[in-house]
Design a protein around this ligand. Structure first.
Ligand SMILES: [Zn+2]
Length: 73
C-alpha cells in the first residue's frame, strides 16, 4: 500500500488516536495502522476505524475529561 498524500511507502505500526469531542478528549492506544515512512501520514482500515468509533462511543458515559483506552478488536 502506498501513501495517499505523497505516494511513499507505508508500514504497519501501532499508533495512538486522539479525538476531542465537545470538550472531552478520548485517547486510544495501540491501534493497528499504516504509517508513511516518507511524510508520516497515518491511515486506518475501515474495520479499525469502525472499532475505534465504537470504543469512543463506549467511553462517552465516563465522567472524566480525558478518557484513555487500549485498542481491542
Ligand atoms: Zn506520505
Amino acid at each position: 500500500m502506498t501513501c495517499f498524500t505523497c505516494k511513499g511507502e507505508t508500514e504497519e505500526r501501532l499508533t495512538t488516536f486522539t479525538i476531542d469531542i465537545e470538550g472531552r478528549v478520548y485517547i486510544i492506544k495501540g491501534i493497528p495502522s499504516r504509517v508513511c515512512t516518507q511524510c508520516g501520514a497515518v491511515s486506518y482500515s475501515d474495520e479499525v476505524m469502525g472499532q475505534v468509533e465504537k470504543m469512543v462511543d463506549g467511553m462517552k458515559n465516563g465522567i472524566t475529561e480525558v478518557s484513555m483506552a487500549t485498542y481491542a478488536a
